[in-house]
Design a protein. Structure first.
Length: 381
Protein backbone atom coordinates (compact mmCIF):
# COMPACT_ATOMS: atom_id res chain seq x y z
CA UNK A 1 0.00 0.00 0.00
CA UNK A 2 1.51 3.37 -0.92
CA UNK A 3 2.49 5.74 1.88
CA UNK A 4 0.43 8.84 2.57
CA UNK A 5 0.54 11.80 4.90
CA UNK A 6 -1.11 11.20 8.25
CA UNK A 7 -2.88 13.52 10.63
CA UNK A 8 -1.68 16.59 8.75
CA UNK A 9 -2.85 20.19 9.08
CA UNK A 10 -4.53 22.01 6.20
CA UNK A 11 -5.21 25.49 4.94
CA UNK A 12 -8.81 26.23 4.04
CA UNK A 13 -7.93 26.33 0.34
CA UNK A 14 -6.55 22.79 0.62
CA UNK A 15 -9.77 21.25 1.91
CA UNK A 16 -11.35 20.87 -1.53
CA UNK A 17 -8.67 18.34 -2.46
CA UNK A 18 -9.39 16.05 0.48
CA UNK A 19 -12.75 14.69 -0.70
CA UNK A 20 -14.50 16.28 2.26
CA UNK A 21 -17.81 16.20 0.41
CA UNK A 22 -17.84 12.43 0.86
CA UNK A 23 -17.72 12.46 4.64
CA UNK A 24 -18.22 15.90 6.18
CA UNK A 25 -22.05 15.57 6.00
CA UNK A 26 -21.77 12.37 7.99
CA UNK A 27 -19.33 14.00 10.37
CA UNK A 28 -21.73 16.91 10.96
CA UNK A 29 -24.52 14.40 11.62
CA UNK A 30 -22.23 12.72 14.14
CA UNK A 31 -21.61 16.07 15.87
CA UNK A 32 -25.35 16.73 15.94
CA UNK A 33 -25.97 13.34 17.58
CA UNK A 34 -23.44 14.21 20.27
CA UNK A 35 -25.53 17.23 21.25
CA UNK A 36 -28.23 14.86 22.53
CA UNK A 37 -26.81 13.54 25.80
CA UNK A 38 -27.09 9.89 26.74
CA UNK A 39 -27.03 8.85 30.35
CA UNK A 40 -23.61 7.33 30.92
CA UNK A 41 -22.81 4.92 33.74
CA UNK A 42 -19.44 5.15 35.49
CA UNK A 43 -16.88 3.97 35.06
CA UNK A 44 -16.80 4.23 31.28
CA UNK A 45 -14.94 1.48 29.49
CA UNK A 46 -12.42 2.26 26.75
CA UNK A 47 -12.05 -0.59 24.26
CA UNK A 48 -8.77 -0.01 22.45
CA UNK A 49 -7.68 -1.94 19.34
CA UNK A 50 -4.68 -1.47 17.06
CA UNK A 51 -5.39 -2.80 13.56
CA UNK A 52 -2.19 -3.14 11.58
CA UNK A 53 -2.14 -3.29 7.77
CA UNK A 54 0.85 -5.57 8.30
CA UNK A 55 2.75 -5.83 5.01
CA UNK A 56 6.26 -7.26 5.51
CA UNK A 57 6.88 -7.40 1.73
CA UNK A 58 5.80 -3.79 1.20
CA UNK A 59 7.86 -1.66 -1.15
CA UNK A 60 9.33 -4.60 -3.01
CA UNK A 61 11.00 -6.24 -0.05
CA UNK A 62 12.44 -9.71 -0.55
CA UNK A 63 11.28 -12.61 1.58
CA UNK A 64 14.55 -12.40 3.52
CA UNK A 65 13.89 -8.72 4.26
CA UNK A 66 10.32 -9.57 5.19
CA UNK A 67 11.51 -12.19 7.66
CA UNK A 68 13.76 -9.61 9.32
CA UNK A 69 10.80 -7.26 9.63
CA UNK A 70 8.76 -10.03 11.22
CA UNK A 71 11.66 -10.88 13.51
CA UNK A 72 11.68 -7.32 14.85
CA UNK A 73 8.09 -7.76 16.00
CA UNK A 74 8.76 -11.23 17.37
CA UNK A 75 11.63 -9.99 19.51
CA UNK A 76 10.64 -6.45 20.50
CA UNK A 77 6.87 -6.45 20.87
CA UNK A 78 6.80 -8.81 23.90
CA UNK A 79 9.28 -6.54 25.70
CA UNK A 80 7.13 -3.49 25.06
CA UNK A 81 3.85 -5.19 25.94
CA UNK A 82 5.20 -6.59 29.20
CA UNK A 83 5.44 -3.03 30.58
CA UNK A 84 1.73 -2.20 30.29
CA UNK A 85 -1.58 -3.69 31.38
CA UNK A 86 -5.26 -2.83 31.21
CA UNK A 87 -7.89 -2.95 33.96
CA UNK A 88 -7.86 -6.75 33.92
CA UNK A 89 -4.06 -6.98 33.96
CA UNK A 90 -3.95 -7.84 30.25
CA UNK A 91 -1.10 -6.61 28.01
CA UNK A 92 -1.64 -4.57 24.82
CA UNK A 93 -3.15 -6.46 21.89
CA UNK A 94 -2.14 -6.13 18.24
CA UNK A 95 -4.29 -7.28 15.32
CA UNK A 96 -2.10 -8.19 12.34
CA UNK A 97 -4.19 -7.85 9.17
CA UNK A 98 -1.85 -9.85 6.97
CA UNK A 99 -2.14 -9.61 3.15
CA UNK A 100 -3.32 -12.86 1.62
CA UNK A 101 -1.14 -12.25 -1.43
CA UNK A 102 1.99 -11.86 0.72
CA UNK A 103 1.61 -15.12 2.62
CA UNK A 104 4.92 -16.88 3.20
CA UNK A 105 5.27 -19.58 5.89
CA UNK A 106 8.53 -18.06 7.17
CA UNK A 107 6.79 -14.75 7.88
CA UNK A 108 4.02 -16.41 9.85
CA UNK A 109 6.50 -18.44 11.89
CA UNK A 110 7.49 -15.24 13.71
CA UNK A 111 4.01 -13.85 14.17
CA UNK A 112 2.72 -17.22 15.41
CA UNK A 113 4.83 -16.75 18.52
CA UNK A 114 3.08 -13.48 19.36
CA UNK A 115 -0.34 -15.11 19.02
CA UNK A 116 0.69 -18.04 21.22
CA UNK A 117 1.92 -15.54 23.81
CA UNK A 118 -1.51 -13.90 23.93
CA UNK A 119 -0.33 -10.60 22.44
CA UNK A 120 -2.55 -10.44 19.37
CA UNK A 121 -4.24 -12.23 16.50
CA UNK A 122 -3.93 -12.49 12.73
CA UNK A 123 -6.73 -11.45 10.36
CA UNK A 124 -7.13 -10.97 6.59
CA UNK A 125 -5.94 -8.12 4.41
CA UNK A 126 -6.10 -8.18 0.61
CA UNK A 127 -4.80 -6.07 -2.25
CA UNK A 128 -6.26 -6.83 -5.64
CA UNK A 129 -6.63 -4.85 -8.83
CA UNK A 130 -9.40 -5.17 -11.42
CA UNK A 131 -10.26 -8.61 -10.10
CA UNK A 132 -13.40 -10.56 -10.88
CA UNK A 133 -15.73 -11.85 -8.15
CA UNK A 134 -14.65 -15.43 -8.82
CA UNK A 135 -10.95 -14.52 -8.62
CA UNK A 136 -11.52 -12.60 -5.38
CA UNK A 137 -13.54 -15.40 -3.82
CA UNK A 138 -10.89 -17.97 -4.69
CA UNK A 139 -8.07 -15.81 -3.33
CA UNK A 140 -9.87 -15.12 -0.05
CA UNK A 141 -10.87 -18.75 0.49
CA UNK A 142 -7.29 -19.85 -0.17
CA UNK A 143 -6.09 -17.33 2.41
CA UNK A 144 -8.69 -18.44 4.95
CA UNK A 145 -7.64 -22.06 4.45
CA UNK A 146 -3.94 -21.24 4.94
CA UNK A 147 -4.49 -19.08 8.01
CA UNK A 148 -6.91 -21.53 9.63
CA UNK A 149 -4.59 -24.48 8.96
CA UNK A 150 -1.92 -22.72 11.02
CA UNK A 151 -4.33 -22.29 13.94
CA UNK A 152 -5.44 -18.74 13.24
CA UNK A 153 -9.06 -17.52 12.92
CA UNK A 154 -11.89 -18.37 15.29
CA UNK A 155 -14.75 -20.54 14.06
CA UNK A 156 -18.49 -20.03 14.08
CA UNK A 157 -21.00 -22.51 15.56
CA UNK A 158 -20.96 -24.33 12.21
CA UNK A 159 -17.21 -24.90 12.47
CA UNK A 160 -16.41 -22.61 9.54
CA UNK A 161 -13.42 -20.25 10.03
CA UNK A 162 -14.45 -16.64 10.53
CA UNK A 163 -12.32 -13.58 9.92
CA UNK A 164 -12.12 -9.79 10.16
CA UNK A 165 -11.07 -7.84 7.07
CA UNK A 166 -9.28 -4.70 5.90
CA UNK A 167 -9.21 -3.91 2.19
CA UNK A 168 -5.91 -2.99 0.58
CA UNK A 169 -5.63 0.61 -0.61
CA UNK A 170 -9.00 1.33 1.06
CA UNK A 171 -10.77 0.25 -2.15
CA UNK A 172 -13.55 -1.78 -0.52
CA UNK A 173 -16.52 -2.50 -2.76
CA UNK A 174 -14.79 -1.07 -5.83
CA UNK A 175 -14.46 2.35 -4.23
CA UNK A 176 -11.85 3.70 -6.66
CA UNK A 177 -13.84 3.22 -9.89
CA UNK A 178 -12.75 1.45 -13.05
CA UNK A 179 -11.75 -1.59 -11.00
CA UNK A 180 -8.58 0.05 -9.69
CA UNK A 181 -7.41 -1.64 -6.49
CA UNK A 182 -10.51 -3.85 -6.43
CA UNK A 183 -12.93 -4.64 -9.28
CA UNK A 184 -15.79 -6.18 -7.27
CA UNK A 185 -18.90 -4.08 -6.67
CA UNK A 186 -20.64 -6.78 -4.60
CA UNK A 187 -17.69 -7.28 -2.28
CA UNK A 188 -19.59 -7.00 1.00
CA UNK A 189 -21.83 -10.03 0.28
CA UNK A 190 -18.80 -11.92 -1.05
CA UNK A 191 -16.90 -11.26 2.18
CA UNK A 192 -19.85 -12.38 4.29
CA UNK A 193 -20.27 -15.57 2.22
CA UNK A 194 -16.61 -16.48 2.75
CA UNK A 195 -16.75 -16.10 6.54
CA UNK A 196 -16.10 -12.41 7.22
CA UNK A 197 -17.89 -11.05 10.28
CA UNK A 198 -16.64 -7.45 10.33
CA UNK A 199 -14.79 -4.91 8.22
CA UNK A 200 -12.21 -2.56 9.78
CA UNK A 201 -11.13 -0.64 6.65
CA UNK A 202 -12.37 2.80 7.68
CA UNK A 203 -11.60 5.62 8.16
CA UNK A 204 -9.76 5.99 4.86
CA UNK A 205 -9.81 9.82 4.66
CA UNK A 206 -8.44 11.71 2.86
CA UNK A 207 -8.75 8.94 0.26
CA UNK A 208 -11.79 9.16 -2.05
CA UNK A 209 -13.04 5.83 -0.68
CA UNK A 210 -14.02 7.39 2.66
CA UNK A 211 -17.60 6.61 3.65
CA UNK A 212 -20.26 9.07 4.75
CA UNK A 213 -20.84 6.80 7.75
CA UNK A 214 -18.51 8.51 10.21
CA UNK A 215 -17.59 7.52 13.76
CA UNK A 216 -20.09 4.69 13.83
CA UNK A 217 -20.48 0.99 14.26
CA UNK A 218 -23.10 0.09 11.68
CA UNK A 219 -24.73 -2.46 9.43
CA UNK A 220 -24.58 -1.67 5.69
CA UNK A 221 -28.07 -1.46 4.20
CA UNK A 222 -29.74 -1.20 0.80
CA UNK A 223 -28.48 -2.97 -2.30
CA UNK A 224 -25.23 -4.52 -1.08
CA UNK A 225 -24.30 -5.57 -4.61
CA UNK A 226 -23.80 -1.97 -5.70
CA UNK A 227 -20.46 -0.16 -5.77
CA UNK A 228 -19.58 1.56 -2.46
CA UNK A 229 -22.45 -0.19 -0.73
CA UNK A 230 -20.86 0.70 2.62
CA UNK A 231 -22.01 4.33 2.15
CA UNK A 232 -25.45 3.62 3.62
CA UNK A 233 -25.93 2.06 7.00
CA UNK A 234 -28.04 1.41 10.06
CA UNK A 235 -26.33 2.34 13.29
CA UNK A 236 -25.73 -0.57 15.64
CA UNK A 237 -27.96 -0.33 18.69
CA UNK A 238 -28.98 -2.28 21.75
CA UNK A 239 -31.81 -4.68 20.92
CA UNK A 240 -31.10 -4.87 17.16
CA UNK A 241 -28.71 -7.45 15.72
CA UNK A 242 -28.29 -8.69 12.15
CA UNK A 243 -26.86 -12.08 11.25
CA UNK A 244 -27.08 -11.77 7.46
CA UNK A 245 -24.25 -9.31 6.72
CA UNK A 246 -20.91 -8.07 7.99
CA UNK A 247 -20.62 -5.37 10.64
CA UNK A 248 -18.72 -2.17 9.82
CA UNK A 249 -16.50 -0.98 12.70
CA UNK A 250 -14.94 2.40 12.01
CA UNK A 251 -12.21 4.30 13.76
CA UNK A 252 -12.17 7.98 14.76
CA UNK A 253 -12.40 10.70 12.10
CA UNK A 254 -12.70 14.43 12.62
CA UNK A 255 -11.49 17.95 12.04
CA UNK A 256 -9.93 20.17 14.65
CA UNK A 257 -7.12 22.59 15.41
CA UNK A 258 -3.85 22.24 17.17
CA UNK A 259 -3.44 24.54 20.15
CA UNK A 260 -2.16 27.92 19.02
CA UNK A 261 -2.52 27.17 15.31
CA UNK A 262 -5.10 28.41 12.83
CA UNK A 263 -4.76 25.55 10.38
CA UNK A 264 -7.24 22.70 10.49
CA UNK A 265 -6.06 19.21 11.31
CA UNK A 266 -7.62 16.06 9.91
CA UNK A 267 -7.45 13.29 12.50
CA UNK A 268 -8.15 9.70 11.52
CA UNK A 269 -6.43 7.52 14.06
CA UNK A 270 -3.25 6.59 12.19
CA UNK A 271 -0.18 5.59 14.20
CA UNK A 272 2.92 6.67 12.30
CA UNK A 273 6.52 7.58 12.91
CA UNK A 274 5.87 11.09 11.57
CA UNK A 275 2.71 11.69 13.62
CA UNK A 276 3.19 9.84 16.92
CA UNK A 277 0.47 9.57 19.54
CA UNK A 278 0.06 12.43 21.97
CA UNK A 279 -2.34 13.01 24.84
CA UNK A 280 -4.30 15.43 22.64
CA UNK A 281 -4.58 12.92 19.81
CA UNK A 282 -5.72 10.12 22.13
CA UNK A 283 -8.28 12.47 23.69
CA UNK A 284 -9.62 13.30 20.22
CA UNK A 285 -10.07 9.60 19.45
CA UNK A 286 -11.99 9.04 22.66
CA UNK A 287 -14.01 12.23 22.13
CA UNK A 288 -15.55 10.83 18.94
CA UNK A 289 -17.48 8.59 21.34
CA UNK A 290 -17.94 5.63 18.99
CA UNK A 291 -20.33 3.20 20.63
CA UNK A 292 -23.35 0.97 20.14
CA UNK A 293 -26.40 3.20 20.57
CA UNK A 294 -27.88 2.58 24.01
CA UNK A 295 -24.55 1.48 25.51
CA UNK A 296 -22.57 4.77 25.68
CA UNK A 297 -20.39 3.63 28.56
CA UNK A 298 -18.58 1.24 26.19
CA UNK A 299 -16.41 3.47 23.98
CA UNK A 300 -14.71 1.89 20.97
CA UNK A 301 -11.39 3.28 19.69
CA UNK A 302 -9.92 1.48 16.68
CA UNK A 303 -6.66 2.98 15.41
CA UNK A 304 -4.53 1.67 12.59
CA UNK A 305 -0.99 1.56 11.31
CA UNK A 306 1.28 0.05 8.67
CA UNK A 307 3.60 -1.47 11.19
CA UNK A 308 5.83 -3.90 9.28
CA UNK A 309 8.24 -1.42 7.68
CA UNK A 310 11.40 -0.47 9.52
CA UNK A 311 10.52 3.18 10.17
CA UNK A 312 7.05 2.44 11.51
CA UNK A 313 8.18 -0.57 13.49
CA UNK A 314 10.95 1.41 15.17
CA UNK A 315 8.38 3.95 16.34
CA UNK A 316 5.65 1.52 17.39
CA UNK A 317 8.09 -0.77 19.19
CA UNK A 318 9.98 2.16 20.67
CA UNK A 319 9.15 5.60 22.00
CA UNK A 320 5.83 6.06 20.18
CA UNK A 321 4.49 2.74 21.41
CA UNK A 322 5.66 3.45 24.94
CA UNK A 323 4.07 6.91 24.92
CA UNK A 324 0.77 5.57 23.59
CA UNK A 325 0.35 3.03 26.37
CA UNK A 326 1.52 5.43 29.05
CA UNK A 327 -1.14 7.92 27.94
CA UNK A 328 -3.85 5.26 27.89
CA UNK A 329 -2.91 3.99 31.34
CA UNK A 330 -2.58 7.45 32.86
CA UNK A 331 -5.76 8.99 31.45
CA UNK A 332 -8.18 6.10 30.87
CA UNK A 333 -7.58 3.50 33.55
CA UNK A 334 -8.15 5.11 36.92
CA UNK A 335 -10.91 2.61 37.81
CA UNK A 336 -13.40 5.33 38.75
CA UNK A 337 -13.99 7.40 35.62
CA UNK A 338 -12.45 4.96 33.13
CA UNK A 339 -11.39 1.36 32.76
CA UNK A 340 -9.08 0.43 29.88
CA UNK A 341 -9.54 -2.79 27.90
CA UNK A 342 -7.00 -3.87 25.29
CA UNK A 343 -8.81 -5.89 22.62
CA UNK A 344 -8.15 -7.55 19.28
CA UNK A 345 -10.37 -6.88 16.26
CA UNK A 346 -12.25 -10.13 16.94
CA UNK A 347 -12.81 -9.19 20.57
CA UNK A 348 -14.00 -5.72 19.61
CA UNK A 349 -16.59 -7.31 17.31
CA UNK A 350 -17.68 -9.73 20.04
CA UNK A 351 -18.17 -6.92 22.53
CA UNK A 352 -20.17 -4.89 20.02
CA UNK A 353 -22.46 -7.89 19.45
CA UNK A 354 -22.83 -8.38 23.21
CA UNK A 355 -23.89 -4.74 23.51
CA UNK A 356 -26.49 -5.21 20.79
CA UNK A 357 -27.78 -8.25 22.67
CA UNK A 358 -28.37 -6.07 25.72
CA UNK A 359 -25.42 -7.00 27.90
CA UNK A 360 -23.95 -4.40 30.25
CA UNK A 361 -21.34 -4.21 33.01
CA UNK A 362 -17.72 -4.89 32.19
CA UNK A 363 -17.12 -5.62 28.49
CA UNK A 364 -14.15 -7.80 29.45
CA UNK A 365 -16.64 -10.62 30.06
CA UNK A 366 -17.61 -10.67 26.38
CA UNK A 367 -14.29 -10.85 24.53
CA UNK A 368 -15.20 -14.31 23.17
CA UNK A 369 -18.95 -13.79 23.07
CA UNK A 370 -19.78 -14.68 19.43
CA UNK A 371 -16.53 -15.83 17.80
CA UNK A 372 -14.17 -17.91 19.98
CA UNK A 373 -10.41 -17.36 20.00
CA UNK A 374 -8.31 -19.01 17.30
CA UNK A 375 -6.91 -22.44 18.22
CA UNK A 376 -3.34 -21.16 18.24
CA UNK A 377 -4.23 -18.60 20.90
CA UNK A 378 -6.40 -21.03 22.83
CA UNK A 379 -3.51 -23.50 23.19
CA UNK A 380 -3.97 -25.64 20.09
CA UNK A 381 -1.50 -26.34 17.27
Amino acid sequence: MPPRRYGYTMRIDELRDKHLQRWVPGYLAHLARSLVPERVARPQHLLFAVCDHHEPLWHGATETEGVERARAWQERYPRLAARFHDAAGRPPQHSFFFPVEQYRPALFDRLDELVRAGLGEIELHLHHDRATPSETRAEILAGVERYAARGHLGRGPDGVPRYAFIHGNWALSNAHQDGRDCGVDAELPLLFDTGCYADFTFPSAPDRSQSNMVNQIYWPIGDLTRRRSYDRGERARVGRRRDDRILMITGPLGLGRRAGRARLRMEYGALTAHDPPTAARVASWVRQNIHVAGRPEWVFVKVYTHGAGELQAAALLGDAGRDLHQILGRSYNDGEQWQLHYVTAREMFNIAIAAMDGHAGSPASFRDYAIPPPPLRAGGH
